[in-house]
Design a protein around this ligand. Structure first.
Ligand code: GDP
Ligand code: MG
Length: 370
């Protein structure tokens, strides 16, 4: 059932909370400012205080957002979105950097200096591959909890001189839970103490069986340091994505996920967004989590301004009025009034959740003190 706290009800009517409490007392209800009451009672009180009430359900506000019913005829192939996971120090960052460097065409605007948390490269087999640089498994799990599926393929990096370690196992479990295929990249094969065979057999214990041991998990031996077999890894990613037959409709309003977001001194709120379907354009009105904005500029991973971004493209989005959170889903809406309705509603919900949390804390403190 829908509920509202006394404080929030008072806020929305611009009345004092004590007047709301007094009104409820008259009706025989003893409440504190942090208590919640049901929507029917709240409506009664509001009307008693001379306000007109319009009840908005979540289903009304969120209606039509994230409409995933694109028909087959509108779908077009899109690049795979890849995340590199593995144990700390096994070479995730080195591998991401090496792939990126190897792919930079000299003289490209911005070169490799731009960091937006995601980038695209061209596969030797043709087509693009999008890599996202998630800050860790925790962020990833948080995104998944919000219903954001951002990765198509996980590259599992295992250092050949160290073998399977706790975060290797975590990554395997994560990929399995998210139903995302793994590609095993055995890294640091340039090292004299590298034992790639040992890695393969250790992985068997976690039911990851690579091709050379008769399984169906793609694998490659790489060295981020010596730039060995990076092309091979990209080829495997393209092959895997062909099996997955990844598609999206580029000709519709954009939807995507915020990969990271920050407040920039000069540019205001900046969100790196992975577009997942549709095409995002400068001038679009967007909502992401409890924030809205009109897209003022889109900047790609090379630092270049672009007019639009289609499925699987990562872009920095400028023009938000507040800073959204990593994992927030982005949607384009028809106008500012609609955006405001959605974000007002979500901000209220956020406030109410925060209030409920602090009320619980206060309640248990009071219990402890009495
Ligand atoms: P991450 O924690 O998984 O992101 O690992 P990093 O990319 O930070 O790498 C950890 C350390 O391993 C760094 O000192 C790297 O220079 C080193 N390293 C990464 N890849 C290789 C490699 O292919 N060969 C060698 N010899 N060292 C590597
Ligand atoms: Mg790292």
């Amino acid at each position: 059932p829908e509920t509202i706290s006394i404080q929030e009800l008072a806020n929305r009517m611009s009345e004092r909370a004590v007047d709301v409490i007094r009104m409820l007392m008259k009706q025989g209800q003893m409440v504190k400012i942090t208590d919640v009451i049901d929507a029917d009672t709240a409506q009664l009180i509001a009307e008693e205080l001379g306000h007109s009430v319009r009840r908005v359900a979540e289903s009304d506000v969120e209606e039509g957002l994230f409409d995933t019913t694109d028909t087959e005829e509108h779908l077009e192939s899109r690049p795979p979105v890849v995340t590199i996971m593995g144990h700390v120090d096994h070479g995730k960052t080195s591998l991401l950097d090496a792939i990126r460097k190897a792919n930079v065409v000299s003289g490209e605007a911005g070169g490799i200096t731009q960091h937006i948390g995601a980038y695209q490269v061209t596969s030797p087999l043709g087509g693009k591959v999008t890599f996202i640089d998630t800050p860790g498994h925790a962020a990833f799990t948080a995104m998944r909890a919000r219903g954001a599926k951002v990765t198509d393929i996980v590259v599992l990096v295992v250092a050949a001189d160290d073998g399977v370690m706790p975060q290797t196992i975590e990554a395997i479990n994560h990929a399995r839970a998210a139903k995302v295929p793994l590609i095993v990249a055995i890294n640091k094969i340039d090292k004299p103490d590298a034992k790639p065979e040992r890695v393969r057999s250790e992985l068997l214990q976690y039911e990851v069986q690579v091709e050379s041991l008769g399984g169906d998990t793609l694998e490659v031996e790489v060295s981020a340091k010596a730039q060995t077999n990076l092309d091979k890894l990209l080829e495997l990613i393209t092959l895997q994505s062909e099996v997955l037959d990844l598609k999206a409709n580029p000709n519709r309003d954009a939807e995507g996920t915020v990969i990271e977001a920050k407040l920039d001194r000069g540019r205001g709120p900046v969100a790196t967004v992975l577009v997942q379907r549709g095409t995002l354009r400068v001038g679009d009105i967007v909502v992401a989590g409890a924030e809205m904005g009109r897209v003022r500029a889109l900047i790609d991973d090379k630092g270049a301004n672009v007019a639009s971004a289609g499925p699987s493209f990562p872009v920095e989005v400028l023009g938000f009025s507040g800073t959204p959170e990593a994992g927030d889903r982005l949607a384009v809406v028809e106008n500012e009034a609609r955006a405001r309705e959605i974000t007002d509603y979500r901000q209220r919900q956020k406030r109410e959740k925060a209030a409920a949390r602090s009320a619980t804390v206060r309640g248990s403190l009071e219990q402890m003190m009495s």
